[in-house]
Design a protein around this ligand. Structure first.
Ligand SMILES: [Zn+2]
Length: 334
């Protein structure tokens, strides 16, 4: 199931992007819910040629075609996009017997994933900056039982990833290639100075509950929405940062990389999430921060002692980047 394509090229009409917002605005399919503009999912489905059916009446709604399967649940921020978990900025709401999503999420999530050809200026992809998190005096998260440090593991994955991407013809640069400390702003500066086309920040994370495990990918939060772990919208959320220039490409490439890692590594899908991380805030290229597993989970920690496992992580990221390249080629050829 997970192998289903995330982006569906069969929906070809640019009018979805151009006309639908006008159509929805002029119709009675919009609502103002908790100070946020929402649109009726069933109306959106109708406009983009998707069928709808209730999985659970008034609670769970499916939008689908032969290639697409989107599942939304009342009050939830996350939905599944062809089985991949993606976090919206605002929870799904109920209105007039239908489920609604925020206009912001329609524009920032559904459009790029469903109609990538609607996104202007397909990027070139040649220079890739890999950013192994932490380093030097900052070990990142640690697992003392297995003698593992995040700073060492991300460097190992980064070095393997660099070789794999170089073999595919990319120019690859690393923010650090040894155990040195770098400030967060230096990482973004390095990426911008080297005119990166893609920025990949590699991390592992930890939780106080040892059973927590899986993969999550963070993208810089689009403006006018709260980050995944906040419910309240703040005035500062309106500020548009450099990291927002590529909101649309961020969700496209982030989803492709997350999907490839899940397909290969059989990790639990913890979703595409949004955060206003400093390292993503100032980058001028598309980029993401990958949390490649929980060091606090013993089974994950045991896997991470294997060089093969680290290689497969790097290979799956490479394949995600190649999927992005394929999509860019397709978009440019039209
Ligand atoms: Zn980290």
């Amino acid at each position: 199931m997970i192998a289903r394509r995330l982006t569906t090229f069969k929906i070809t009409s640019l009018w979805i992007y151009l006309i639908l917002p006008i159509a929805v605005q002029s119709a009675s399919h919009q609502a103002r819910i908790q100070n946020t503009d929402y649109w009726d999912l069933r109306y959106i489905a109708n406009c983009v040629g998707l069928e709808t059916s209730w999985i659970l009446p008034n609670e769970q709604l499916k939008l689908y075609s032969s290639q697409i399967d989107l599942r939304f649940q009342l009050h939830k921020k996350e939905y599944t996009h062809n089985d991949l978990k993606v976090y919206l900025g605002y929870p799904v709401a109920k209105h007039r017997g239908s489920l609604y999503i925020s206009k912001n999420d329609f524009r920032k999530v559904l459009i790029p994933l469903l109609v990538p050809k609607a996104i202007k200026n397909p990027k070139k992809l040649y220079r890739i900056v890999i950013d192994p998190g932490h380093g030097g005096k900052d070990p990142g998260t640690q697992n003392h039982r297995y003698n593992l440090s995040e700073k060492d593991l991300v460097l190992k994955v980064a070095q393997k990833l660099k070789l794999l991407l170089q073999k595919r013809g990319y120019k690859v640069l690393m923010t650090r290639n040894s155990d040195v400390f770098l400030r967060l702003e230096e990482r973004a500066e390095f990426s911008n100075r080297n005119r990166a086309d893609l920025f990949l920040s590699l991390h592992f994370n930890a939780a106080s509950t040892k059973s927590v495990h899986g993969l999550e990918t963070f993208l810089y939060t689009p403006p006018y929405q709260p980050s995944t772990y906040r419910t309240k919208y703040l005035a500062s959320d309106k500020i548009i940062r450099k990291g927002n220039i590529n909101d649309d490409w961020n969700i496209i490439v982030g989803s492709l990389v997350q999907r490839r890692i899940l397909m290969t590594m059989r990790l639990k899908d913890r979703g595409i999430k949004k955060a206003r991380f400093q390292v993503l805030r100032d980058i001028t290229s598309p980029g993401m921060l990958l949390e490649l597993g929980f060091l606090s989970n013993d089974a994950t920690a045991r896997s991470l002692r294997s060089d093969d496992y680290l290689f497969n992580l790097a290979l799956s990221i490479t394949n995600g980047v190649l999927d992005y390249q394929k999509l860019l080629n397709l978009l440019r050829s039209r």
